[in-house]
Design a protein around this ligand. Structure first.
Ligand code: HEC
Length: 222
């Protein structure tokens, strides 16, 4: 009898699953425009944003989620500040046992030097992710460009090309591919959903501009 009961349970489960799947709308990819505004990460994102946000013309839910992903999950500023010495304001360094207070002056402005990937190659330095005077995130990049960078790791500024017979200075020796961002954890971040990457872009459009930018066309705020 036990076998019969198992068969019955299995059949019931199969029917339930079939009905369940049949009820799912086709092409159920989460639309970036349908950000669930009840998502608790949105409010948390606003609570932890370390800089004032410009919400003009922005999608509020996306900015909040983006802040959550940037500041609580992916730690973009851990690498995209100017470096450990100035990442936190004086008296606000958590590694000194002080309550953490991020330094707004260097927030996502880039400039942290990670040194060379191999001796005698250029230092890898994080880039400025803040908006420029156009208001577009990441130094004036469109969302389409940003998405491409995050999904493929392409270095659109070609700051350190691959060394070759004709390129011998400021280049990365093979097998390193100089067209690709180094250190930047795009091989992991590329797996994020469109929805999350869109939210990160929206948040990066809402943060204050930081002037300059090491090793790249300098960011202009005005
Ligand atoms: C482990 C350190 C690290 C983390 C964490 C990190 N980045 Fe980066 N990122 C870098 C470095 C270093 C570069 C420059 C790489 C190079 O020059 O090859 C870079 C480059 C970039 C670029 C290219 C900029 C340009 O001008 O083309 C973008 C966009 C970017 N990062 C976005 C992000 C975002 C968004 C996050 C968080 C979700 C993030 N990064 C987290 C280290 C990091």
């Amino acid at each position: 009898m036990a076998n019969k009961r198992i068969v019955m349970v299995c059949t019931a489960t199969a029917v339930l699953l079939a009905v369940g799947f049949a009820n799912l709308p086709r092409g159920h990819a989460q639309s970036p425009d349908r950000q669930n505004s009840n998502d608790s990460r949105i409010e948390r994102g606003y609570a932890i944003a370390p800089v004032p946000l410009n919400l003009e013309g922005k999608n509020r839910a996306r900015v909040g989620l983006g802040s959550y992903l940037v500041n609580a999950v992916a730690d973009c500023n851990g690498c995209h500040s100017a470096g450990p010495a100035t990442q936190y304001v004086r008296g606000g360094n958590p590694y000194f046992g002080q309550p953490a207070q991020v330094n707004p002056a260097t927030y996502l402005g880039g400039g942290r030097d990670f040194g060379p990937v191999v001796p005698n190659s250029p230092d890898i330095v994080s880039r400025n992710l803040t908006p420029d005077k156009t208001g577009l995130a990441e130094g004036g990049h469109t969302y389409k460009e940003f998405l491409k960078i995050m999904r493929t790791g392409v270095d659109m500024d070609h700051i350190h090309p691959t060394c070759s017979a004709s390129v011998t200075t400021n280049c990365l020796p093979p097998p390193f591919d100089g067209d690709l961002l180094q250190i930047m954890p795009w091989p992991a971040l590329q797996n994020m959903t469109d929805n999350d990457l869109r939210a990160i872009y929206e948040y990066l459009s809402a943060i204050p501009c930081v002037e300059g930018g090491p090793n790249e066309p300098a960011n202009r705020c005005n």
